[in-house]
Design a protein around this ligand. Sequence first.
Ligand SMILES: NC(=O)C1=CN([C@@H]2O[C@H](COP(=O)(O)OP(=O)(O)OC[C@H]3O[C@@H](n4cnc5c(N)ncnc54)[C@H](OP(=O)(O)O)[C@@H]3O)[C@@H](O)[C@H]2O)C=CC1
Ligand SMILES: CC1=C(/C=C/C(C)=C/C=C/C(C)=C/C=O)C(C)(C)CCC1
Length: 317
Amino acid sequence: MASASQRVVLITGCSSGIGLRIAVLLAKDEQKRYHVIATMRDLKKKDKLVQAAGDAFGNTLTLQALDVCSDDSVRQCISRVKDRHIDILINNAGVGLLGPVESISLDQMKMVFETNFFGTVRMIKEIMPDMKRRRAGHIIVMSSVMGMQGVVFNDVYTASKFAIEGFCESLAVQLLKFNVKLSLIEPGPVHTEFEAKMMEEVAKMEFPGADADTVRYFKDVYMPSSIDIFEAMGQTPDDIAKCTKKVIESSNPRFRNLTNSLYTPIVAMKYADETGGLSVHTFYNLLFNFGSLMHITMNILKCLTCSCLRRRTISPD
Ligand SMILES: NC(=O)C1=CN([C@@H]2O[C@H](COP(=O)(O)OP(=O)(O)OC[C@H]3O[C@@H](n4cnc5c(N)ncnc54)[C@H](OP(=O)(O)O)[C@@H]3O)[C@@H](O)[C@H]2O)C=CC1
Ligand SMILES: CC1=C(/C=C/C(C)=C/C=C/C(C)=C/C=O)C(C)(C)CCC1
């Protein structure tokens, strides 16, 4: 059980990746400032977390079942929390979806929104009223750079992250009146099971309904560039955990927190040209005209992201 001085942190999607690393980092805090309620939808997947938590398991870290897509599961989980008191809610659970829109069924698209958008909204609706009443609390949402900038062949995933960003941008204003903070964490590519799950999905894909040219652009142009980008820009889940810890420990946390400075110029293009032409044409050129030069492009991005741009992001160190 949490001591009176500890902040209670509830995290969704802790069976792997970023959620697992945030849970472990906070539970192993040297000053034991946090009591972490790590949640996952399938407790059979707990071994990796339990092993990584070591001595913290059963002390500063406890485990509960929670499926963000189920009203009952969310209600049951929160009702088990002492006085329903949660200081920090970290909405991390999420799923990806990649490929030509023609090959993806509406049911598959809805599942992505059920998890990434409605799952997060369900959690916020359950926990926010108590935070508002106490005039205290911090809600963290694991968004993505794709919550700000669309990426070809990630249409539906991007849309789900744009949706949650719009929701949070609106809600943050109201919450400020109640002294409840809301922060988005916006990572670029991160090496987690997310990446492996996508590769596995793509290997199995048969692309029903997509024409041969589109399938070729996806498999032979987008996929190799995307793999290069993961290699050149990829962060570790530990990096994202450290960034998240910095955000919750900040006395004046920012609303938006990009974790990867290599993305700053990409996001800047969007604000530099409100017609959208600069972003669309630059992405087109990067992919279809300079795709084979992706390594050089990455080095140019690294030069562009000199220290002045880097200051705009949250760094893990
Ligand atoms: N990896 C990346 O490149 C990036 C990831 N992100 C975001 O980070 C977050 C974490 O992803 P990451 O760690 O990379 O990926 P992982 O696939 O490693 O982790 C995703 C977690 O979400 C859980 N989850 C999925 N659906 C539900 C559900 N209905 N209820 C509860 N938990 C669920 C998964 O559980 P289960 O094991 O049961 O499936 C898993 O624990 C996501 O929101 C993702 O969009 C953002 C930017 C980049
Ligand atoms: C930047 C960029 C590309 C790819 C970006 C990717 C692959 C980003 C992945 C982000 C993830 C995985 C976010 C998760 O939320 C392209 C389209 C190859 C073209 C050139 C510029």
